[in-house]
Design a protein around this ligand. Structure first.
Ligand code: TYD
Length: 294
C-alpha cells in the first residue's frame, strides 16, 4: 500500500500541480483526470472545458518545467463522433476524423489536439489512448451500468433513454489499465492508440442482463426522453494496439458484468454514501423532468 500516495487536488490548479511536481518529481504522468459524464456536460459545459482542457495544459506545462520521461493522455472514442446502426462493418480507427457531438467529447478532443501540439511544438514525449466505455468496480453511479445496478437493488425504475437501441463497446476497467501500462512502456511517442473492441451491446441488452443477474423484474425498466444529440453507436477497431503492442482484452463481458454486479453488492456502503447527499440533488435535476415514453 505504501507504493501509493493519494493527493487530492484540482489539475486545473496550477499552483497545486506545480508544487506536487516539485515535491514528487514524477518520471511518468498519466492523465486519468476528467469530467466524463455526457449528461452533466449538457447541463453545465464550463467545468468540462476547465478541467479537461485547461487541466491538461497545466499538467503538460508542469511536465515541461520539471522534466518527464513520458506523458500519457487518457482519452475517449467519443472524439470520433458516432457510427450509424445500419453499418456494422464500420469501426473507429486512429485515422477516423475527429467529429464530436457533446460538450464532453468536444472538450476531450480539444485536449487531444493540445497534447499533439505540445508533442510537436515542445517535444513533450506524449502518447494518447482512446478507449471505449469502461465498466467495473468503483464506477461512479451516474453512468449507465452502476446507475442501473443501484436502482435495481433499490427497486427504483431504470431510466433507459429513447428506445434503448444505442450501442456501446464495453471494456473491463482492468483490461483498459493493462493497455495503458503497455503503451507507457512500449508505445511510440507521438502516437494514438485505440483501446477496446468487439464487445458491442445495446443499452437495453445491458439493462436486461443486470436485471437477470439480480433476479429483478423487467417491469422496472422505464423508457424516458432521449439524451440531446445522443450518439448511436461506438465501436473500436483495436488492430493497431493488438499488432504493435500485443494487447487484447482478457475479460469477456459475460464474466465482467457478473464480477461488477457482485462488487456493487459487496460494496454497498461505497455507493450508498455517494447516492445520498449531493448526488440525490443531481439525480432529481437529471431525471425529475424526464418524460416517460409510452
Ligand atoms: P453513459 O454511461 O453515460 O456513457 P456514454 O454516454 O459515455 O456512452 O451511457 C451509456 C449509454 O447508456 C448511452 O447510450 C446513454 C445510455 N443511458 C441511459 O439510457 N440511461 C441512463 O440513465 C444513462 C446514465 C445512460
Amino acid at each position: 500500500m505504501d507504493k501509493i500516495k493519494f493527493v487530492k487536488a484540482d489539475i486545473a490548479d496550477r499552483k497545486a500541480v506545480f508544487e506536487l511536481f516539485e515535491t514528487e518529481n514524477p518520471d511518468v504522468v498519466v492523465n486519468f483526470a476528467a469530467e466524463s459524464h455526457v449528461d452533466r456536460s449538457i447541463e453545465n459545459p464550463e467545468v468540462f472545458l476547465v478541467t479537461n482542457i485547461l487541466g491538461t495544459q497545466v499538467l503538460m506545462d508542469a511536465c515541461r518545467k520539471y522534466g518527464i520521461q513520458r506523458y500519457h493522455q487518457v482519452s475517449t472514442d467519443e472524439v470520433y463522433g458516432d457510427l450509424p446502426l445500419d453499418r456494422p462493418d464500420l469501426f473507429f480507427t486512429e485515422e477516423t476524423p475527429i467529429h464530436t457531438s457533446s460538450p464532453y467529447s468536444a472538450s476531450k478532443a480539444s485536449a487531444d489536439l493540445l497534447v499533439q501540439a505540445y508533442n510537436r511544438t515542445f517535444g513533450l514525449p506524449a502518447t494518447i489512448s482512446r478507449c471505449s466505455n469502461n465498466y467495473g468496480p468503483y464506477h461512479f453511479p451516474e453512468k449507465l451500468i452502476p446507475l442501473m445496478i443501484a436502482n435495481a437493488l433499490n427497486n427504483k425504475s431504470l431510466p433507459v433513454y429513447g428506445n434503448g437501441l444505442n450501442v456501446r463497446d464495453w471494456l473491463y476497467v482492468e483490461d483498459h489499465c493493462k493497455a495503458i501500462d503497455l503503451i507507457i512502456h512500449k508505445g511510440k511517442v507521438g502516437e494514438v492508440y485505440n483501446i477496446g473492441g468487439h464487445n458491442e451491446k445495446t443499452n437495453i441488452d445491458i439493462v436486461k442482463t443486470i436485471l437477470k443477474i439480480l433476479d429483478k423484474p423487467e417491469s422496472l425498466i422505464t423508457y424516458v426522453t432521449d439524451r440531446k444529440g445522443h450518439d448511436m453507436r461506438y465501436a473500436i477497431d483495436p488492430t493497431k494496439i493488438h499488432t504493435e503492442l500485443g494487447w487484447l482484452p482478457e475479460t469477456m463481458f459475460a464474466d465482467g458484468i457478473v464480477k461488477t454486479v457482485n462488487w456493487y453488492l459487496e460494496n454497498k456502503s461505497w455507493w450508498e454514501k455517494i447516492i445520498s447527499g449531493e448526488y440525490t440533488k443531481y439525480y432529481e435535476e437529471m431525471y425529475g423532468n424526464r418524460e416517460e415514453l409510452k
